[in-house]
Write a protein that binds this ligand. Structure first.
Ligand SMILES: Cc1ncc(C[n+]2csc(CCOP(=O)(O)OP(=O)(O)O)c2C)c(N)n1
Length: 250
């Protein structure tokens, strides 16, 4: 046998399909987020009992890359689908992976009512402050002054109203057991995001109620910024509007 002193420093999580390349734009955080979900599923030994619900938007890619059972929900309906999946399969582990448009615009009723009902599912929302897949229109989390395809002069309160603070709103629901906002702009914050995902999964396993994590994310293509500038925007502009932290923990 050949002896080697080399140490393995990288291993593909079992919960990610082997031999696939993420299709995301350069600098998009979706790939990091999906990888973290897969790592936590592996570490908590949940892969075999997971049914993931993918939504519409760039988050739909979860369906192709996560090596667990998956269903695909129409735009905004991920938490309605997840409710049905969990209630009829109580022994399964059920998670949703959604964009902010999916979770907090077209799906706002489904999302908040799942939290109010205290559905024992885990929801992950990738907040990139725009409708990414359809080309960068204004979404529910587009911040004041942000220029998008449908707010060419910047978002203003008179025409568009104000952005929604998702993690805070979810925390207000009595059925919510955990709600946090994280970011993927630095190694330290990636580690915190992984811990928040783990916590979100734990509250489901403990039957405590609805678990939620909002992840501030980049969209370099539609923000017209480089990957590096995009993370700077997250730090310099988004952190003020969307402070990181745990908003509820039962
Ligand atoms: C019922 C319905 N309405 C609209 C669309 C068009 N649509 C597809 S993706 C998308 C935007 C998704 O934005 P978001 O949820 O923020 O996710 P992102 O792509 O930014 O990750 C829209 C409006 C659709 N597919 N179905």
């Amino acid at each position: 046998m050949i002896k080697t002193t080399e140490k393995s420093v990288f291993k593909l999580p079992k919960s990610l399909k082997a031999g696939m390349k993420f299709p995301f734009c350069a600098g998009c955080d979706h790939g990091v987020a999906i990888r973290l979900v897969a790592e936590v599923l592996d570490e908590m030994n949940l892969r075999e009992k997971t049914i993931a619900v993918a939504s519409i938007g760039c988050s739909v890619m979860l369906y192709d890359y996560l090596d667990t059972d998956c269903v695909e929900a129409p735009h905004g309906r991920a938490l309605a689908a997840a409710t049905g999946v969990k209630r009829t399969n109580k022994d399964k582990f059920v998670l949703t992976y959604q964009g902010d448009g999916d979770f907090a615009s077209i799906g706002l009723a489904e999302s908040l009512h799942a939290a109010l009902r205290g559905e024992k599912v885990s929801a992950i929302c990738i907040n990139n402050t725009t409708y990414g897949m359809t080309g960068g229109q204004a979404g529910p989390t587009t911040i004041m002054g942000q220029i998008t395809k449908t707010s060419p002069n910047g978002r203003n309160e008179e025409y568009y109203g104000y952005p929604i603070k998702i993690a805070e709103q979810v925390a207000l629901c009595d059925g919510t057991a955990y709600s946090a906002r994280c970011s993927l702009d630095s190694i330290a914050n990636i580690k915190k995001t992984k811990e928040a995902i783990r916590k979100t999964f734990e509250v489901q396993l403990q039957g405590l109620g609805f678990g939620f994590v909002e992840i501030l994310s980049t969209c370099p293509t539609n923000w017209h910024l480089t990957p590096q500038e995009s993370h700077e925007r997250v730090r310099n502009e988004l952190f003020q509007v969307y402070p990181l932290g745990v908003y509820k923990e039962v």
